[in-house]
Design a protein around this ligand. Structure first.
Ligand code: FES
Length: 313
């Protein structure tokens, strides 16, 4: 449990928080680009509402976990809960997890941020400056100043390029993708269309997939999906998963404990091995190769492709 040590508004709808140990202790270090999962009150189903947020610090000897949250009035309520926090309030926070760390052997790092997707990119930039790594930041945002723009200007100097829209971004980034040195890695965080376009253009420019990295904010509202039955291989028990109920919820209601954090298909914590049946993958965590292999499922968001699925549980 951490407490809110400071609060500030970066823009009309983005709030920056520093979460500190109530006794003033140092916090565990983390890799740049890591996220934590916050318990943001209780959802309409009575279960804790958990959201994953990227940390904005470098991760070295942190005395606080800093994060910036855009209020989403149409979301599930987690961001509104965070925006209602006051100084000294307690917040349940997971240990940092990394799924978007910089590659230490990279010759150069191209960092692309869209809007509030700047948060893990700022963490990467802080670490790059600290360790003297070669990097550049491309930051696209609309209206006013983007969140953390001042931080990036102070940190990056001439290594920062800013844009007011995608046509401005691509007039600079498209040629950059063609001439960066071999061994450069590319990292993007922002809205899904930006991530997809950076990925597609980089692949078209000859970048191997191993050098293209991205971090999603979280999954958008999902379709309720059709009902299916899941069999637990250890007991042979069948669990019905109705439309509108997640596989994870159905397992928990059946007394099957599955470790989980974000419940948004982002953190990777709930991964379960699949024994038989096809999976309709809807998470943002597994790679395309892992999804194609079909031997695991993230039950917080993904479902069966057909009427039945068998799990190694
Ligand atoms: S709980 Fe995070 S991916 Fe399922």
């Amino acid at each position: 449990m951490l407490v809110v040590g400071s609060l500030s508004d970066l823009t009309d709808d983005v709030r920056h928080l520093r979460l500190v140990d109530p006794g003033g202790a140092a916090l565990p270090a983390y890799a740049p680009g890591s996220h934590v999962v916050l318990e943001c009150g209780v959802g309409p189903d009575g279960l804790p509402r958990r959201n994953a947020y990227s940390l904005t610090g470098s991760g070295v000897e942190p005395d606080s976990y800093a994060l910036s949250v855009r209020r989403d009035d149409t979301g599930r309520g987690g961001s509104r809960w965070i925006h209602a926090l006051s100084l000294g309030d307690s917040v349940e926070v997971s240990r940092p997890r990394s799924a978007f760390a910089p590659v230490s052997t990279a010759r150069h790092h191209v960092l692309v941020a869209g809007g509030i997707g700047v948060t893990p990119i700022l963490s990467h930039a802080r670490a790059a400056v600290r360790w003297g790594r070669s990097f550049e930041v491309h930051y696209v945002f609309r209206g006013g100043d983007g969140p953390h723009l001042d931080d990036l200007i102070n940190l990056c100097g001439n290594s920062l390029q800013t844009y007011r829209g995608s046509s401005e971004l691509w007039s600079t980034l498209a040629p950059a993708l063609l001439d960066r040195p071999l061994g450069t890695h590319l990292y993007t965080c922002g809205p899904a269309p930006l991530i997809d376009e950076v990925h597609d253009r980089a692949r078209a420019a000859g970048w191997p997939p191993q050098r293209i990295h991205h971090e999603h904010f979280g999954i958008a509202a999902l379709e309720p999906g059709t009902a299916f039955t899941v069999r637990l291989r250890s007991t042979g028990a069948d669990v019905e998963v109705p439309s509108g109920t997640s596989l994870l919820d159905a397992l928990e209601q059946h007394g099957v404990a599955v470790p989980n954090l974000c419940r948004q298909g982002v953190c990777g914590e709930c991964r379960v091995p699949v024994a038989a049946g096809a999976v309709a993958h809807r998470d943002l965590y597994l790679t395309e190769d892992e999804k194609a292999a079909g031997d695991c499922v993230m039950p917080c968001v993904s479902r069966a492709e057909g009427p039945r699925l068998e799990l190694e549980l």
